[in-house]
Design a protein. Structure first.
Length: 122
């Protein structure tokens, strides 16, 4: 999880001072107005780095930079943990096919917080 998207207890309280047309979400929860959301630059930048749609195939995944980065992270983990080595295919031998899986990870409010890619044996 990105360090700037850690959920912190809200310092905002619901008051009659907030016009209802500026309240986003349930008024009984912490209040965030449009003005507050626009000033939250880190959250805006984070929203630009994740994809809300899950790709169905590699062509769709390769068309989105967020999913490309997610796949790079998965391949980097294989390299970092030294669990996989790419070798030439031996003659007359079957190989294990690989398949990419893509999943959006959401928080408790169903907001996409991470794009997760997995390379698995088929």
């Amino acid at each position: 999880m990105h360090t700037f998207y850690q959920h912190h207890p809200s310092k905002h309280r619901w008051t009659k001072d907030h016009p209802l047309e500026q309240v986003i979400g349930n008024p009984s929860q912490s209040v965030r107005t449009r003005c507050h959301l626009e000033s939250d630059g880190k959250m805006c930048m984070f929203a630009l780095t994740v994809s809300r749609t899950e790709p169905n195939n590699i062509k769709e995944a390769m068309a989105n930079s967020a999913w490309i980065e997610s796949m790079h992270e998965e391949l980097h983990q294989f390299d970092r943990l030294d669990v996989w080595e790419l070798v030439d295919r031996p003659l007359y031998k079957n190989v294990i096919n690989m398949k990419w899986l893509w999943k959006n990870k959401c928080d408790e409010e169903n907001i996409v917080i991470r794009n997760k890619s997995r390379l698995v044996a088929k």
